[in-house]
Every structure is written in structure tokens, then in C-alpha cells.
Design a protein around this ligand. Structure first.
Ligand code: AMP
Length: 176
């Protein structure tokens, strides 16, 4: 069993005072750690007939791409506003200060397709719920949302579960 916390670097006060930023670049840079994280996430879904993995920009692309390839699934990017070249649908969500927006291509997934939602970390769950909302607008069946890291005090798991989406995480950190 890999000690993921040993491979994840914590940067205090980034990007602003009071935040403990959980930096997974050190995990991704470790060949054994990266492979283990992808394998641990993927193992749970091998028999689930996942058609598409939806990764949230940007770290969700790295994990989601590797997971999709291993699952024999397609990959679809959930991007920040204005990045995707074709016709999009978008969803605005609240941040601590102001709002943000995520978008997907309107033909990224078809009705009834079995989709797995992926990001590196769930905090308040705002980003993941926005991604979930978009996928469901196109009729996707979102099987679960999975993350390496959970910050349980921020309530993201609850928000996703209340929206009817199960959550799976590998490790959790107390605090913000
Ligand atoms: P949230 O929408 O609040 O669940 O925030 C999740 C998104 O913000 C993910 O894409 C994370 O990568 C990023 N994020 C939030 N808090 C942290 C943190 N403490 N360390 C690293 N990334 C974070």
C-alpha cells in the first residue's frame, strides 16, 4: 500500500493566506506513486462498463486521461470558460468571492452513456457539482465522482451525495 501523503506536498498560504494547498505534482512525478494512484482509482471501476471518463481542468485531465486509457473508455474534458473550440454548454457556480464557469462540448457525451467524473481533490464540491450538472444536462448517467484527496470539513462529499452522485476518494486531510 502506497503512503500517498508522503508523496503529496503541502504548500501553506497558496494561493492565498490560510489555504493549505495539496500539491499532487510530487505524486505525479513519482513513477510508482503515479501508477499506484491511477491503479487504485481504476480498480473499483473495472467491471462497471464505464463509457467515458470526464476530467475536470486541469489536474483531472492527468488522472482522468490515464484512467480512461486503462478502462478502455473515452475521455472528455470539463474546461474553464472559453477554452473549448466547438459549441458548448456551461454552468456557473459560486466561489468564495464571485463566480466561475465550467463548460463541455455539447456533443461530448450522449444520453444514457455511463460516465465517471474525476478530479484530484474535492473541497466544497462546487466544481464537481457544476461538472455533474453539465453531464446530466446532456443525459449522461454519472456513476460516481472520484478524487485522490478529500477535505471532509468543506462538505463536498455531502453536496455530491445530496445531488445523487456517489463519491470515492483515496485519502483525506483534516482542515481546509
Ligand atoms: P471545490 O470546488 O471547492 O471542491 O474545489 C475543488 C477544486 O479546487 C479542485 O479542482 C482542486 O484541485 C482545487 N482545490 C481546492 N482546494 C484545494 C487545496 N487545498 N489544495 C489543492 N487544490 C485545491
Amino acid at each position: 500500500m502506497i503512503d500517498y501523503k508522503r508523496l503529496i506536498r503541502t504548500i501553506p498560504d497558496h494561493p492565498k493566506p490560510g489555504i493549505l494547498f495539496r500539491d499532487i505534482t510530487t505524486l505525479l512525478g513519482d513513477p510508482v506513486g503515479f501508477r499506484a494512484a491511477v491503479a487504485d482509482l481504476v480498480d473499483r471501476y473495472r467491471e462497471q462498463e464505464v463509457a467515458m471518463v470526464a476530467g475536470i481542468e486541469a489536474r483531472g485531465f492527468i488522472l482522468g486521461g490515464a484512467m480512461a486509457e486503462r478502462l478502455g473508455a473515452g475521455f472528455l474534458p470539463i474546461r474553464k470558460k472559453g477554452k473549448l473550440p466547438f459549441e458548448t454548454i456551461g454552468h456557473d457556480y459560486e466561489l468564495e468571492y464571485g463566480t466561475d464557469r465550467v463548460e463541455i462540448h455539447r456533443d461530448a457525451v450522449s444520453a444514457g452513456q455511463r460516465v465517471l467524473l474525476v478530479d484530484d481533490l474535492i473541497a466544497t464540491g462546487g466544481t464537481a457539482v457544476a461538472g455533474l450538472t453539465l453531464l446530466r444536462k446532456l443525459g449522461a448517467q454519472v456513476l460516481e465522482a472520484c478524487f485522490i484527496i478529500e477535505l471532509p470539513e468543506l462538505g463536498g462529499r455531502r453536496r455530491l451525495q445530496d445531488a445523487g452522485c456517489p463519491v470515492h476518494t483515496l485519502i483525506s486531510y483534516e482542515g481546509h
